[in-house]
Design a binder for this molecule. Structure first.
Ligand code: NAD
Ligand code: ZN
Length: 356
């Protein structure tokens, strides 16, 4: 076991530092994890550049990172399903498990959620992290640490598709081909969607979407009107999409999603944009298009893991760059500016493939 606990700590806007932190001590129902791989999420970059997301405000130094996997290094006395040496994916949010929403099985909405790298709670871009054991998922031998870290965004995609009731024969419109749009694409295919059109403003991202199985891609310009885009979508697909999943967070994409969706269909909003936006509400209500939100995921890690373990999806295609934890600043710069066509940037706390 390494003695040091090198950790990436966000002290404030544009102030991300590597420093030593004490190795955490665990309680009876926790495990200590020797971290292996941690992906950089758009939210990590946003905290670095803006110091806040909505009402989550950075008021004290916070360890960054939450898309992660590692190896169990210590086990609390009450933990039954994990042992030292187990390779695990880490679900980063631990709800209270006592409130009405938790009891109803909507734990992602728990007001007392302790979520990794969401102020005031620390994340896990660190050598040692402790986590509630029942939010750690033991990996089959053939699932890699990088794939395990990618279960976090993949779970968002699975949850979004479940919220949209994507099923056999669904015709799905996905707006935005960033990491979240791409994991939503992967999830939609395996939940049975037979036609998937994905949009973006960047051709390179659409090329990756095509490689991952999108049946249609549509390159948009910022100036395109939402009605005109909806018409192009209808013309490109065999019929109007019955589900639209907005993975951009732009007002324009939400408007396009509503106009394009078939009457009686569903629009799911994953992208987090401005607090208030202008949308064609009358159009939606008069055609009974349901508009639903998505917040993270809930009971979706097992499905996401099963999907990856099946070997039928190539979630690793999202990872374009690799850095060691000592190169965290460079890794964040790459993610922030999309350098070198970056989609998902992976930080390795252990040398790459050590634990595969
Ligand atoms: P990203 O910025 O990497 O990707 C967004 C993509 O959308 C980019 O490729 C961009 O070119 C494209 N885009 C922007 N405007 C567009 C438009 N008008 N039409 C078509 N494409 C457009 O971000 P990401 O990591 O993929 O995340 C996507 C969104 O999902 C973000 O807003 C993020 O905050 C949000 N998110 C929400 C949740 C949740 O729980 N609801 C979880 C994770 C991420
Ligand atoms: Zn709760």
């Amino acid at each position: 076991m390494a003695k040091d606990n090198l950790t990436a700590v966000l002290h404030g806007i544009e102030d991300l530092r590597l420093e030593q932190r004490p190795i955490p001590t665990i309680s009876d129902d926790e495990v200590l994890i020797a971290m292996d791989s941690v992906g950089i999420c758009g939210s990590d970059v946003h905290y670095m550049t803006h110091g806040r997301i909505g009402h989550f405000v950075l008021t004290k130094p916070m360890i960054i990172g939450h898309e992660s996997a590692g190896v169990v290094a210590k086990v609390g006395s009450k933990v039954k399903h994990l042992a030292v040496g187990d390779r695990v994916a880490i679900e980063p949010g631990v709800p209270c498990s006592k409130c009405e929403l938790c009891k109803q099985g909507k734990y992602n909405l728990c007001a007392d959620m302790v979520f990794c790298a969401t102020p005031p709670y620390d994340g896990n871009l660190t050598r040692y992290y402790k986590q509630a054991a029942n939010f750690c998922y033991k990996l089959p031998d053939h699932v890699t640490m990088e794939e395990a870290a990618l279960l976090e965004p993949l779970s968002v995609g699975v949850h979004a598709c479940r919220r949209a009731n994507v099923g056999l024969g669904s015709k799905v419109l996905i707006l935005g081909a960033g990491p979240i749009g791409l994991v939503t694409l992967i999830s939609a295919q395996f939940l049975g969607a037979t036609e998937i059109l994905i949009t973006d403003l960047v051709q390179d991202r659409l090329d990756v979407a095509k490689e991952l199985g999108a049946t249609h891609t549509l390159l948009l310009n910022r100036e395109d009107s939402a009605e005109a885009v909806a018409e192009r979508i209808r013309q490109t697909m065999s019929e109007e999409p019955d589900r639209a999943i907005d993975c951009c967070g732009a007002e324009s994409s939400t408007r396009q999603a509503i106009f394009a969706t078939r009457s009686g269909g569903v629009v799911v909003i994953v992208g987090m944009g401005a607090a208030e936006v202008k949308i064609p509400l009358f159009n939606a209500l008069a055609r009974e298009v349901d508009i639903r939100g998505v917040f993270r995921y809930c009971n979706d890690y097992p499905g996401a893991l099963a999907l990856v373990a099946s070997g039928k999806i190539n979630v690793k295609r999202l990872v374009t760059h690799h850095f060691d934890i000592t190169e965290t600043a460079k890794a964040f710069e790459t993610a922030r500016y999309g350098l070198g066509g970056a989609i998902k940037v992976m930080i390795h706390v252990q040398p790459r493939d050590t634990n595969n």
